[in-house]
Ligand binder design. Structure first.
Ligand SMILES: [Cu+2]
Length: 147
């Protein structure tokens, strides 16, 4: 006996299909976000962990918050006893991997605080990725010692 197996068509309600198409990719996660509050006009560093749960590299392309007039992606580069900060346009989070923004490495430089930062409060920060995802995370304001 010879039979040809045909694919079975599953009828999905149209509404369910369009919902699935509109859903965000949902590959990224932001955690442990904090901002080092500095006195006066000294820029404040922002630190956090990024997790990419997809099988493709994803780039962080920008960070924004109403609390500051300017938010830039920076990398601290150290050679010998000197270190400098350079501005970067994007930072790649490897597929199925994590990337930490931490003192001495990648950080967000927040400048032009719109009002004084209160240690112990949180600031909502939006993270934008090149896969179209936007994630808002609450970043804890800590003092200059990181506490
Ligand atoms: Cu910097």
């Amino acid at each position: 006996m010879h039979r040809i197996l045909r694919p079975i068509a599953i009828a999905l309600p149209l509404s369910a299909m369009s919902l699935a198409a509109a859903a965000a990719p949902d590959a990224m996660m932001v955690s442990d976000c904090w901002i080092r509050s500095m006195p006066g006009d000294v820029p404040s560093g922002g630190y956090f962990k990024l997790m990419n749960m997809s099988d493709k590299p994803v780039e962080l392309t920008g960070v924004s918050t109403d609390a500051f007039g300017m938010s830039m992606l920076h990398e601290t580069q150290t050679s010998g006893s000197t270190s400098k900060m350079i501005m970067v346009n994007k930072v790649t989070v490897p597929a199925n991997g994590t990337l930490a923004f931490a003192p001495g490495g990648y950080h967000v430089m927040f400048e032009k605080a719109r009002k004084p930062l209160a240690v112990g409060s949180t600031i909502p920060v939006t993270f934008a990725f090149n896969n179209g995802e936007k994630i808002q995370a609450q970043c804890a304001v800590k003092n200059a010692a990181g506490q």
